[in-house]
Design a protein around this ligand. Sequence first.
Ligand code: PAF
Length: 284
Amino acid sequence: MSMKIIHTIQELQTELAGFRKERKRIGFVPTMGALHAGHLSLVENSMKDNEVTVVSIFVNPTQFNDPDDLRKYPRTLEADCALLSTLGDVIVFAPEVKEMYPQPDIRTFDYSPLDTVMEGRFRPGHFNGVCQIVSKLFDAVMPDRAYFGEKDFQQLAIIREMVRRMEYPIDIVGCPIVREADGLAMSSRNTRLSAAEREIALKISETLFKSRTFAQSHTLDETLAFVVNTIGTVDGLRLEYFEIVNGNTLQPVSNWDEASFVVGCITVFCGEVRLIDNITYKPL
Ligand code: PAF
């Protein structure tokens, strides 16, 4: 087997049926393409844990609440496949929109309050779209394990909840954020930053790292203010939100002792580009 590109669900299921018969475990990495080292680490984890790895590349229209963002989202299938082929044997599932949505998906997924805070508040409908496509992809691939990055911290929590509620027999594996050498969290959106914006964007991770040290000798409110004020003074950055939350429930906490797992989640506009990142203050 070498890297194989498949465009239809039927072809994918025929391909996977053979592996399933041989009792080979199937790992799945859903992506929207524009692959970077963060995605590759998910794929490597899957290849380590499973005999077969499927990577989906699909820019899912239902999770974009901003049509401009959908239009500008990088689409680089050829380069993505070239990158994946350097890793070894993977099956790439790259469907057209019609294949995944032969008719509009009218299902609603309500995982309140997990999906109403942070990204859910600023991107209404976003997680509904994510759950629509991830459930369709899970149904198509029927993997044993699926891999998601911790950069999209809220997405990971919501997918775990969806899997619990829908009783999918799938292990969800969260993988650590992969950062550029200088600390910026890897994101497909980073390619849209100008050289000057790229410099400025570095302030996001820098501030989060500093806040972790700051947090050791300050209250939660002081730490919150430290991040908000530091980002607020950087020309070219516009803070959408910074929240310090219980890592399990995603609800804001007001002091360090309120939860055993505490994470700070941030979304910042750097010019036109919306970037997200997070930092763990108290690990699980
Ligand atoms: O994290 C992403 O890239 C997307 O939200 C996902 C999980 C591939 C669904 O489109």
